[in-house]
Design a protein around this ligand. Structure first.
Ligand SMILES: NC(=O)c1ccc[n+]([C@@H]2O[C@H](COP(=O)([O-])OP(=O)(O)OC[C@H]3O[C@@H](n4cnc5c(N)ncnc54)[C@H](OP(=O)(O)O)[C@@H]3O)[C@@H](O)[C@H]2O)c1
Length: 228
């Protein structure tokens, strides 16, 4: 049984992670902008003792305080940043407004890293801090031609993660950037190759395999290493 905190738990992969962790007996702290939605409320009904719902927007500057209050000093084994957005439909640098760029990079790169640094002291030594990245964030693989703004935001996330790994403030935890595969969610769309349950099972096995280890890795849901 692990203590797991998932940021962005309301739907898609985040909801799937929350469900799977509860099913295997974990205590889950689920952060969502609207924690009163139908799916999370149903899970809470089934697991009232092991699911703690926390209202929070990843990008809000005071969200760390709310989460810390809800944790009540409890140490985490796994801290998972799942929340993310695709950015504007046009994905065009020439059309992108300052607001679109700010929201995209704040949500996908700056805010998760800021919150991770604030919450790192709540993660036990040997725990895992994982970020939902994407293969589109790989500069080396260059697979984001159709979604360049989104890809750039995930590349920024990966870059910030590597900088954290090399800094003196690095926590005593394993740091992971994860690619969940192409998953049928609101973001992934109907044509995606994977269902949520398959992706989530692989992601959790990948995280599990890195408990009580060190380093900073970019891995997909099948534990394959991706080039940064
Ligand atoms: N699906 C794929 O094929 C795929 C592939 C590669 C990477 N990813 C990454 O995997 C992660 C999950 O994707 P998904 O497919 O499950 O996407 P999704 O279905 O669009 O769900 C996105 C989740 O992020 C939450 N979120 C967004 N902004 C937030 C904020 N400011 N504060 C709190 N929560 C916020 C949403 O909450 P609300 O309900 O409040 O909007 C929702 O729970 C993302 O980081 C995505 O970039 C997905």
């Amino acid at each position: 049984m692990h203590n797991v905190l998932i940021v962005g738990a309301s739907r898609g992969i985040g909801l799937g992670l929350t469900r799977a962790c509860l099913e295997r007996g974990d205590k889950v702290y689920a952060v969502a902008r609207n924690p009163n939605g139908e799916a999370l409320a149903e899970l809470h009904k089934q697991h009232p003792q092991r699911l703690v719902l926390i209202a929070g927007d990843l990008t809000a500057t005071d969200v760390a305080g709310h989460i810390e209050a809800a944790l009540q000093g409890e140490q985490l084994d796994i801290l998972l940043f799942n929340a993310g957005i695709m950015g504007p439909q046009h994905q065009d640098v020439a059309q992108a407004s300052a607001d679109e760029v700010a929201t995209l990079f704040l949500t996908n790169a700056i805010a998760p890293m800021r919150l991770a640094r604030q919450l790192a002291k709540q993660v036990r030594s040997g725990g895992v801090i994982a970020f939902m990245s994407s293969q589109m964030g790989s500069v080396a693989l260059a697979r984001s031609a159709e979604m360049p703004l989104y890809g750039a935001s995930k590349a920024a996330l990966n870059s910030l993660l590597q900088s954290w790994d090399r800094s003196t403030e690095r926590p005593q935890a394993c740091l992971l950037a994860l690619h969940p595969g192409w998953v049928r969610t609101e973001m992934g769309g109907d044509q995606a190759t994977l269902d949520v349950a398959t992706s989530v099972a692989g992601l959790l096995a990948t995280v599990e395999a890195h408990l009580d280890s060190t380093g900073c890795h970019f891995l997909d849901y099948q534990q394959q290493t991706l080039a940064w």
